[in-house]
Design a protein around this ligand. Structure first.
Ligand code: CA
Length: 371
């Protein structure tokens, strides 16, 4: 392997600047060509799309983000692409969004890819994996580490084009009505926790219960479940959990940086002229950044409110409990990758990237926050 040479780098940097300049000139000079040389069809044709979402209408951050996305696209396209947003249940039930877009009933959907584990288990890697990557690392993997290519390949089987369009940041481990001091305290616990996290706690003898968002509060209040995870302080406060559960545990080992998605019907996307396609992609990136920023600011604000207004005990999960959950996660990953070849491919890419990113973040983010 050639050793990295500083002089080469400077030479390359100079050439890159020149190429950058040339590209700019070309782009300005030939607005009728797209970057791949294909003729870009710039017409005044207007497209009217419908978007379905997995969130209740106007749901904080997530539903708001979907509405903002639509308004940005309309603004950037000067009204050539208009998107009407429907909350979950307004047009189709929340968990039918994927099929509705796949079948072309509507053109675009907003959700989180782990909801579609029943369609293809590998979808889960593009939302969140227990002990997986945080928001910043997920974005790096998706945009530059081969993640998005794998995601596009998987969704193409369903006639869909996916985009990263938001991130929750690190979630909280959840609300418990009893103290968790050892892994044995999870045994017999009934917890509302979806996806891979549910598989992991099952290995600790807990039962993962699926409860629709609207029923979690009553189930927890009446003791039908002993614990629930949701998102973070902002949404958890709005759900009323601090009123009925005493212990609020962190960190969200099961969702360390959940990516939200937009998915477009492939045929509908291909009908768009290249500039509108690019607008959709850019608005997704804007949405990705907006949602993460919004989660960060609202969660910090509502954490304070919970601390001030309730006598919630906010506690870290003990290290031995987290270590054990990590072991169970490795087992759950073995189960998943052994039974699904696509999951195996994605997991290899995911974990290779995570190892590399972890080495770097140990010296940067981790070291910085430990100062
Ligand atoms: Ca969650």
């Amino acid at each position: 392997m050639t050793r990295f040479n500083r002089r080469d780098f400077i030479k390359k940097a100079a050439t890159a600047a020149a190429v950058g300049g040339a590209a700019l000139t070309t782009a300005c000079g030939t607005s009728e060509s797209s970057s791949n040389g294909a003729a870009a069809v710039h017409t005044n044709q207007t497209f009217n799309w419908k978007m379905v979402t997995t969130w209740p209408p106007k749901f904080p951050v997530l539903g708001e983000g979907a509405e903002l996305f639509a308004s940005w696209v309309e603004e950037m396209s000067a009204g050539r692409l208009k998107i009407q947003v429907y909350g979950g249940g307004e047009l189709v039930p929340p968990l039918e969004a994927f099929s509705a877009v796949q079948q072309g009933v509507v053109e675009i959907g907003h959700g989180a890819s782990y909801y579609w584990a029943g369609k293809a288990p590998a979808t889960q890697f593009f939302a969140a994996v227990p002990f997986g990557m945080n928001a910043q690392q997920m974005n790096s993997w998706l945009y530059g580490g081969g993640g998005l290519e794998l995601w596009r390949e998987l969704y193409a089987q369903f006639n869909l084009v996916p985009f990263a369009a938001g991130n929750t940041g690190v979630q909280m481990a959840g609300w418990f009505n009893r103290k968790i001091e050892s892994i044995a305290d999870l045994s017999g616990l009934k917890m509302r926790i979806p996806g891979l996290g549910g598989k992991v706690i099952s290995k600790a003898g807990a039962s993962a219960v699926l409860v629709a968002g609207g029923e979690i509060f009553t189930n927890l209040e009446r003791g039908v479940i002993d614990a629930t995870e949701w998102i973070g302080p902002y949404h958890d406060y709005l759900m009323g959990f601090p009123r009925i559960a005493k212990y609020y545990y962190y960190p969200g080992w099961h969702e360390p940086g959940t990516t939200l998605e937009l998915f477009v019907n492939k045929a509908a996307f291909e009908k768009l002229p290249t500039d509108l396609q690019s607008i959709v992609e850019s608005a997704c990136m804007r949405s990705n950044l907006w949602m993460l920023s919004e989660f960060e600011s609202k969660n910090s604000e509502y954490l304070k409110k919970i601390e001030e207004e309730y006598d919630t005990q906010i506690l870290p999960l003990p290290s031995p409990v987290l270590s054990k959950l990590k072991e169970f996660t490795a087992e759950a990953m073995e189960d998943l990758t052994a039974s699904d070849p696509f999951s195996k491919r994605v997991y290899e890419s995911f974990s290779r990237f995570q190892d590399k990113a972890g080495g770097w973040s140990d010296l940067t983010e981790k070291a910085y926050f430990q100062m």
